[in-house]
Ligand binder design. Sequence first.
Ligand code: ADP
Length: 274
Amino acid sequence: MTETTVITRQSADPALSVRGLAKTYGTGENARVVLADVTFDVFSRETVCIVGPSGAGKTTLLRCLAGLLPRTAGTVMLGSTEVVSPPERLAVVFQDYSRSLMPWTTVRANVDLPLRKIKELSKADRCRRANDALASVGLEGCEDLHPWQLSGGMQQRVAIARALAYEPSVLLMDEPFASVDAQTRADLEDLTHTIKARYDVTILVVTHDIEESVYLSDRVIVLSGSPTGVTSIVPIGLNYPRDQVTTKSMAEFAELRANILGMVRRSATTGDEA
Ligand code: ADP
């Protein structure tokens, strides 16, 4: 495998298509170019991870993709629709579950409340979606608890359930497991594989954890140092189902991890020099 391997899947329509995305914060003397030229596709039902040096602009990129932040140049297409504001068919899970959940109300209400925005959903449909989503993240029986009565990992499961209840075509996750302990993180990584199979959703995850990116994804997008572009897109050919012990002990896994880690380190050095 070479560093510059780029996969092209002309036959499939991309679920998310990013072309020449650029983002500059500030203007005039205070202008700071963070994203210079980012181009990639995510195909339907793929899981793709984005890695890169700290400060490369991973979170900025994800917020531009979600329509939460205006871009300076380039296009972002969700299917055939250009993203100009947060689209209905796209859901986001953030790292900081404590700020994204409503602490004053129950787990069920946290999942149900955003669904009320979808006008055509009846109360019965909302209830079914919330129950299905909570069951799929292993939170049956917790519906009437408040977020503060749950562990950090369980709170992040509520945030994931809330995103899934939307039944999005694309799920974006920004460092989703960075605030939990190692064992919980491993459980949530496995949960990501489970929900992918159950919800038939396309998943894009920003992570600083190279091992996690290899374990979770079908392809890993490596960003360069700032100002940022795409250094490489690496196909992860590991078989499914994946397992924390077996998959992570494979020689192929170690080789992919080392290869991507090398790219990120070199990107960081290049970025610093730029
Ligand atoms: P990463 O997620 O890769 O660590 P970020 O997207 O968080 O990177 O940040 C990329 C760069 O953009 C950083 O140097 C950060 O300081 C800068 N930045 C992020 N948000 C803003 C903002 N709102 N205004 C100005 N600069 C910002």
